[in-house]
Design a protein around this ligand. Structure first.
Ligand code: CAO
Length: 270
């Protein structure tokens, strides 16, 4: 059945296909949450869900239910970046992780693809394009997941970003963060690279339209020109995007562009 036949044939519309009492919107008509007496099945311990977990959980549920998510997976070759990073870390007191290069690469990609640096306004009639580059970074804390926003990342060098990230993630872990420190982001990055994994589906931080997930760098064998094997360091990228705003081809271009930026660490560091 074509798109036209769905729109011109009333009996083929989703409303006609269901009965008249069908629920009209998201979240209505869902079956209730299962009420289970777990103690019936074995020993248990009951712990209170923290205030931040409740709050974050509510936002995550809203975003997951109301944004049509697609996650695009790709790998970026960071062999040159890792050589550069190691040399910088040996020469400099400020420790750099791959994440600061990702923040700089994301800024370049947002500049190249402005529809990623955008938000739908309240009624979804307008797309608001932002001219600033504030990047949210997911931080794992004992309070739950917090996303501090690093402001004007286009104007900061990698050492400044590294110092700011270290300070704000330490603050997030020790004292928590204010709403102001977590507001105004354009795009978020969730890095599980220091923990592990090969890919995941990050949930978009509304009203942003995309989020980049990063997992652990792995070694990948590639055929070399002399017939041997060339070992490359590959960084897995998982880009979730709002399909109302971004189409799949642009997501693939955005992710490939990130890879091109990450392959040239000197340019990101300049
Ligand atoms: N591949 C391999 N190693 C990586 C890596 C990657 N992609 N990214 C970071 N690492 C390494 C770092 O270089 C560092 O190595 P050393 O200890 O040898 O120096 C180590 O992993 C730990 O890095 P880090 O986590 O301290 O620093 P970071 O800049 O990579 O990340 C922060 C900072 C705050 C984002 C991170 O600590 C964190 O909290 N991540 C969790 C985010 C999260 O929970 N996301 C899920 C959200 S959805 O529920």
């Amino acid at each position: 059945m074509s798109v036209e036949s769905v729109s011109s044939n009333p009996s083929a519309s989703p409303r006609a296909a269901s009965n008249d009492a069908a629920p009209a919107g998201i979240g209505t008509g869902l079956p209730p949450w299962p009420q289970v007496d777990f103690a019936e099945f074995g020993d248990i311990e009951v712990k209170l869900v923290s205030r931040i977990q409740k709050l974050t959980g509510a936002f995550l549920s809203r975003n997951w239910l109301s944004i049509p998510h697609v996650t695009h997976q790709d790998d970026a070759d960071i062999t040159a970046l890792e050589i550069f990073r190691k040399a910088r870390n040996e020469a400099d007191a400020v420790k750099l992780t791959p994440l600061v290069f990702l923040i700089k690469a994301a800024v370049r990609a947002l500049q190249e693809f402005p529809q990623f640096n955008a938000s739908l306004d309240g009624d979804g009639k307008n797309l608001v394009l932002k001219k600033y580059f504030h990047i949210g970074v997911a931080v794992d804390t004992r309070f739950g997941l917090l996303v501090p926003v690093l402001r004007n990342c286009d104007k900061k060098c990698i050492a400044e970003l590294a110092a700011e990230l270290a300070a704000v993630s330490q603050k997030a872990r020790e004292k928590g963060l204010s709403m102001a420190e977590m507001s105004g982001g354009c795009f978020s990055i969730s890095s599980l690279g220091g923990v592990g994994g090969t890919g995941f589906t990050p949930i978009i931080n509304a009203p942003e339209v995309a989020i980049l997930g990063v997992t652990k760098t792995r070694l990948n064998a590639q055929p070399s020109d002399d017939g041997g094997v060339d070992w490359r360091k590959m960084l897995p990228l998982s880009l979730s995007y709002d399909h109302r705003v971004i189409n799949g081809a642009d997501a693939a271009r955005f992710t490939a562009f990130l890879g091109t930026m990450l392959a040239d660490p000197q340019a990101l560091a300049s």
